[in-house]
Design a protein around this ligand. Structure first.
Ligand code: IDP
Ligand code: MG
Length: 170
């Protein structure tokens, strides 16, 4: 029996543009893991850079940022989700396949749907956290505690004053 884990999954802008959401969710359902958070996000440059902070300095970094923001696909959104359950990180990584879509197992999600652009960007349709530290960092970057329906990490109470928010007109 493995331990219960949480992992961040992003369906990247190419996945959304190619209408692959349903197919990818169906593939992920093979894992029998539970979706405990989900939202569509318009990714800011700040969030993109923070998400890929470990790749800063790579030659492909700027294009990678443009990719995850959606500038390469005219589809400025990603679907962000948290999957939860036994060995979630490894199960989702395995199903996603290798980083390079041409080297990924052809029946994996990246092997089936990914491509390498002429500029050399790996458009691999899905992001999945690769270990527990990364999962925690990423989940806390993309979600507030109350957007997740299980208790994953310690929280603190904070009162935010004078935060400007848009509300529905009544
Ligand atoms: P991962 O997504 O499999 O965890 P990372 O090394 O964390 O791989 O890289 C993040 C993303 O950056 C990849 O999913 C891919 O889109 C892109 N990427 C990584 N390495 C390369 C590369 O060598 N060339 C082009 N794009 C890359
Ligand atoms: Mg990674």
């Amino acid at each position: 029996m493995g331990v219960n884990q949480a992992t961040l999954v992003l369906i990247k802008p190419d996945g959304l543009k190619k209408s692959l959401t349903g197919n990818i969710l169906t593939r992920l359902s093979e894992t029998k893991l539970e979706i405990v958070a989900a939202k569509i996000v318009r990714v800011s440059r700040e969030l993109a850079v923070e998400h890929y902070v470990h790749l800063q300095g790579q030659l492909f970094f700027e294009e990678l940022i443009r990719y995850i923001i959606g500038e390469l696909h005219d589809r400025k959104k990603v679907l962000a989700m948290v999957y939860w359950g036994e060995d979630a990180i490894e199960k989702v990584r395995k199903l996603s396949g290798a980083t390079n879509p041409e080297e990924a197992d052809p029946v994996s999600i990246r092997g089936a749907y990914g491509r390498i652009t002429t500029k050399g960007i790996y458009e691999n349709v899905i992001h999945a956290s690769s270990n527990e530290n990364e999962a925690r960092r990423e989940i806390q970057l993309w979600f507030y505690p109350d957007e997740i329906i299980v208790e994953l990490y310690p929280t603190r109470e904070a009162v935010e004053r004078e935060v400007q928010k848009r509300m529905w007109v009544k």
